[in-house]
Design a binder for this molecule. Sequence first.
Ligand code: SF4
Ligand code: SF4
Length: 81
Amino acid sequence: MYYLMYMSRIRGRVCIQIDREKCKDCGHCIKACKKGVFVFKDGEVVVENGDACNGCRKCGQVCVYNAIYISLKNEEAAVDG
Ligand code: SF4
Ligand code: SF4
């Protein structure tokens, strides 16, 4: 219950970034994200709809290359990575 409330509260405040040096464009994050945040563009996985992110962290869990960084907008500290 608290987890759902947390995800609702931070929606629109999450900054999702892909480290292009680490990303292998495997597409696992696209499949894992139910909010359609990631898409393939010109052969690369990019963040297309970052404002839809609810901070569930599933993308970070499936990225074995640790290429996804999740932080709160206007805050320095990463909450995942
Ligand atoms: S799961 Fe990680 S390595 Fe794979 S496309 Fe997404 S960010 Fe890139
Ligand atoms: S944290 Fe969740 S909603 Fe946000 S991009 Fe990752 S999988 Fe999608």
